[in-house]
Design a protein around this ligand. Structure first.
Ligand code: NAD
Ligand code: AHE
Ligand code: ZN
Length: 368
């Protein structure tokens, strides 16, 4: 079949809207009509050539929601007409990682996914006879995409596509980092670095968990009002503070119980660790750093009881947890609507990247 898609033909170039050839689902796969997709900073990072796994030409996008249109042989958990959210972290429920109960990092298809291919080692997308790579196993910047059955979460049919797509990455990552990874407890003090599409969800997760002080840190002062909407109690602009770590340690009587990096900047990751309370403070890295970057601190920071951890997709097990997060949204336990600042057509998708880089959007969503 044919599908309209925004293709990343080359790094650092605008996406091009073209009609691709798409092969139907093979055994264990499903064809999904994507109804809406968010634009996450990770898409921009890959498009900018900063991802060591980045491949071109490819169809980016990993924050979608849509409808199953066709299923391949042997598919039992979804059927045509089901509403689904694609999962860049699948959940096979059979691999060592899934069975460990210790991680959401399913290993069933990770190797081929990182090579831009389906589990059988081939791509379903092509253009004028040339292979176009998949991205993060999702490729939601295509109106139709093919996904492994283990990489779709079936969700309720009354959830709007243009908001619930955000649960495919940003919402689950931010809220899950608080509830699944950090396990923030009532009364804890939290610091969040980077108040974008992820950081604001960390803030609303921390508020939901009953955190006491929720301090937001961003170099863009317009993010103060955004943070306050979701439960932030204090705002710090590091550009207006001579020593941001000392300031945070002072503000929180010794430092944060939990801090979160939502910037991808390795210098900020160090600040996030070092603003943690001696003896127990834990810093969670969410931000994705560009290829070649490394983190550093004095080992003394860890010797004296600070902990450095990370999280992917908020530690969520996609097929199990995503439908529950959709319920949280539909029941009003978490907010999504105010964070969708822009709705665009597929033809306008490059504008979504411009708005992100200019710090003018929280989430832009492409509605097909
Ligand atoms: P975004 O562009 O919406 O937000 C980034 C925010 O960080 C902006 O508000 C920006 O002003 C702020 N910022 C930039 N430099 C800063 C600095 N030096 N100090 C303080 N604030 C600073 O991006 P996003 O979509 O929220 O994504 C944030 C990061 O999370 C990205 O690195 C993205 O790749 C990553 N991410 C990781 C996961 C995961 O599973 N681990 C999932 C989604 C996104
Ligand atoms: N490909 C990069 C790493 C990118 C990365 O860490 N991705 C996160 C999700 S970001 C979503 O917006 C993730 O899930 N990581 C776990 C994994 O298995 O990829 C690189 O450095 O090579
Ligand atoms: Zn993302």
């Amino acid at each position: 079949m044919k599908t309209r898609a925004a293709v990343a033909f080359e790094a650092k170039q605008p996406l091009e809207i073209v009609e691709l050839d798409l092969e139907g689902p093979k055994a264990g796969e499903v064809l999904v009509e994507i109804m809406a997709t968010g634009i996450c900073h990770t898409d921009a990072y890959t498009l900018d050539g900063l991802d060591s796994e980045g491949l071109f030409p490819s169809v980016l996008g990993h924050e979608g929601a849509g409808v199953v249109r066709e299923v391949g042989a042997g598919v039992t958990s979804v059927k045509p007409g089901d509403h689904v959210i694609p999962l860049y972290t699948p959940e096979c429920r059979q691999c060592k990682m899934c069975l460990s109960g210790k991680t959401n990092l399913c290993s069933a298809i990770r190797e081929t996914q990182g090579k831009g291919l389906m589990p059988d080692g081939t791509s379903r997308f092509s253009y004028k006879g040339e292979t176009i790579y998949h991205y993060m196993g999702c490729s939601t910047f295509s109106n139709f995409t093919v996904l492994p059955e283990i990489a779709v979460a079936k969700i309720r049919t009354d959830a709007p596509f243009d908001t619930s797509c955000y649960i495919g990455c940003g919402v689950t990552t931010g809220v899950g980092a608080v509830t699944n990874t950090a396990k923030v407890q009532p009364g804890d003090n939290v610091v969040v670095f980077g108040l974008g599409g992820i950081g604001l969800n960390v803030i609303q997760g921390a508020k939901m968990a009953g955190a006491d002080r929720i301090v937001g840190v961003d170099i863009n002062n317009s993010k103060k009002e955004w943070g306050e909407k979701f439960g932030m109690t204090d705002f710090v602009n590091p550009k207006e503070t001579s020593d941001v770590v000392a300031h945070l340690v002072e503000l929180l009587d010794g430092g944060a119980d939990y801090s979160f990096d939502c910037t991808g900047n390795t210098d900020v990751m160090r600040q996030a660790l070092e603003c943690c309370h001696k003896g127990w403070g834990t810093s969670i890295i969410i931000g994705v750093a560009e290829a070649g970057k490394e983190i550093a601190t004095r080992p003394f920071q860890l010797v004296t009881g600070r902990n450095w951890r990370g999280t992917a997709f908020g530690g969520a097990k996609g097929r199990t947890d995503v439908p529950k997060i959709v319920d949280w949204y539909m029941n009003g336990k978490i907010a999504i609507d105010p964070m969708i600042t822009h709705r665009l057509t597929l033809d306008e998708i490059n504008k979504g990247f411009d708005l992100m880089h200019a710090g003018e959007s929280i989430r832009s969503v492409v509605v097909y």
